[in-house]
Design a protein. Structure first.
Length: 208
């Protein structure tokens, strides 16, 4: 399971073949089964093969993290408010203002049951498992972002692919710097929750 050939084939199946297959119309139960099996496989490899311990590091630089995240979030807020205002102003903060309880419930579900598993797979697993395959950090981060974007291919939306690619770059850079699943998950949750809050949730699969 540690050979370059095995890892390359594994990467292709887990991060290319399966995400593309989810864009094809077939039984949602089969897709769910593939997704669950894939996640179990990733966790098994992380814990038993790569010997990763899923625990919170004691020496996290919270001050630097929050400062960097606040700066990036400020830019995202300006860009996204402008985008929603221009494209469809009726959606601006629509769910927050009209369905606050639903807004809170979806933010909770998204943060804990979507964001964290994604970061375990696309950052913790990907960086640990395939970090030795490429010598160029820039190329590695670029490929990680491309594959993260590909994971959202089933939305069949160029805008979603662009947003998730840009998000993938940000999350990969954060994980590269911090090596913390917790911190990158928090950052991912903050940006994703903001997109839903500002009125862009529908394109990302949030029910409105």
């Amino acid at each position: 399971m540690q050979s370059t050939l095995y890892k390359s084939l594994e990467l292709f199946i887990v991060f290319v073949l399966i995400p593309i297959s989810f864009a094809i119309d077939y039984s949602v139960w089969i897709k769910l089964g593939i997704g669950v099996f894939g996640f179990i496989y990733v966790i098994y490899v992380l814990l038993r093969v790569e010997k990763i311990k899923l625990k919170i590091a004691k020496q996290l630089d919270w001050k630097t993290f929050w400062k960097a995240t606040a700066i990036k979030l400020s830019l995202i807020i300006i860009i996204t408010i402008s985008f929603v205002w221009v494209t469809d102003s009726t959606q601006l903060f629509n769910v927050l203002l009209n369905k606050p309880l639903k807004w809170l419930m979806l933010l909770f579900i998204y943060s804990f049951f979507s964001v964290y598993p994604q970061e375990l797979i696309y950052r913790t697993f990907f960086f640990k498992r395939y970090g030795s395959l490429l010598k160029s950090d820039s190329l590695f981060i670029f490929i990680n972002a491309i594959l993260f974007s590909l994971a959202h291919f089933f939305f069949r939306s160029p805008l979603v692919l662009l947003l998730t690619f840009l998000g993938g770059i940000l999350f990969a850079l954060t994980f590269k710097k911090t090596e913390s699943t917790l911190l990158v998950s928090i950052e991912h949750a903050i940006y994703g929750c903001w997109l839903f809050t500002v009125g862009m949730g529908e394109i990302l699969g949030f029910p409105s």
